[in-house]
Design a protein around this ligand. Structure first.
Ligand SMILES: NC(=O)CC[C@H](N)C(=O)O
Length: 229
C-alpha cells in the first residue's frame, strides 16, 4: 500500500510503542522508529508522529528540550515541505515549543494530573486527520497530562477559529484550555497537535471507561487521505 510512517522517540517518551502499534494496525505497514539524536530522517517518510510521554523528564517545560533536539530540526524542515506531522500530548507540547503550532500548553488549571477518557467535539472536517468525521461528531478518547491547558492570545484564538484550525474541542472543561481547545492544526492543515491520545483508542472497549475505536478512526482518516492522494 506504501505508507511510510516514522515515530520519534525521545528519552522519556512512553507512548512511542503504542503509536507505532496503532499506525501498523491501521496501515498494515511497519512504522519506522527514529531516535531523538538522529539529525536526518529516513528518506521518503509519508508521515511523522511525535508521541506522548515525558521527553527529557519534562525539564524546563514539557516539550521544551525535545523541541531543541537534533531530530526536531529535521522534523521542522519536513513539516515545512508539507510532510504531515501528528503530535499527541507531549508531542503537541513539542509542536508548540518548536513553533510549528501557535500557543502553549500550560499547567492544568486544577494543578492536577488529569487521566480519564474525555468527550471531544469534532470542529474541523477538512484536514487529513478529520476528513472522515462529521462536524459536531462526538469522539471519546483518553487524556493523561498535567500540562494540557492550551493558551493563546485572543487574536490568535480568533484567527485559529476563523481559519478552521481548531480540530477538536473538549465538550467540558478538562484542564482550563482557552475555548476548550483540544487540538490545533497548522495553516496548511498537515500538522496536528492534540492532547487526547488516539493511539489509546484503537480497539473495541472492554469496559465503557476504557479504550474504544474513535482513535482508530483518526488514523484511518490519515491513511485514507494520504494513500488515496
Ligand atoms: N501523556 C503525556 O504525553 C504527558 C505529557 C506531559 N508530560 C504532561 O504531563 O503534560
Amino acid at each position: 500500500m506504501g505508507f511510510k510512517a516514522g515515530v520519534i522517540t525521545f528519552p522519556g517518551s512512553n507512548c512511542d510503542r503504542d503509536m507505532a502499534v496503532a499506525l501498523e494496525a491501521v496501515s498494515g505497514e511497519p512504522a519506522i522508529r527514529i531516535w531523538h539524536g538522529d539529525a536526518d530522517l529516513p528518506d521518503g517518510l509519508d508521515f511523522i508522529a511525535l508521541p506522548g510521554g515525558f521527553s527529557y523528564g519534562d525539564y524546563l517545560r514539557s516539550g521544551a528540550m525535545a523541541a531543541r533536539s537534533p531530530v526536531l530540526r529535521a522534523v521542522v524542515s519536513a513539516a515545512n515541505r508539507g510532510v504531515p506531522v501528528l503530535g499527541v500530548c507531549n508531542g503537541f507540547q513539542v509542536l508548540t515549543e518548536s513553533g510549528l503550532l501557535p500557543g502553549a500548553l500550560m499547567r492544568n488549571a486544577g494543578q492536577t494530573f488529569v487521566c480519564r477518557t474525555v468527550d471531544l467535539e469534532v470542529v474541523n472536517t477538512t484536514s487529513i486527520y478529520t476528513s472522515g468525521f462529521e462536524q459536531g461528531q462526538n469522539l471519546r478518547i483518553p487524556v493523561a497530562h498535567h500540562d494540557g491547558n492550551y493558551f493563546a492570545d485572543e487574536a490568535t484564538l480568533d484567527a485559529l477559529e476563523g481559519d478552521g484550525r481548531v480540530a477538536f474541542r473538549y465538550t467540558d472543561d478538562v484542564n482550563g484550555s482557552r475555548r476548550n481547545i483540544a487540538g490545533v492544526l497548522s495553516a496548511n492543515g498537515r500538522v496536528l497537535g492534540m492532547m487526547p491520545h488516539p493511539e489509546r483508542a484503537i480497539e473495541p472497549a472492554s469496559h465503557p471507561s476504557l479504550g474504544g475505536e474513535d482513535g482508530r478512526a483518526l488514523f484511518e482518516n490519515v491513511i485514507n487521505s494520504l494513500v488515496a492522494a
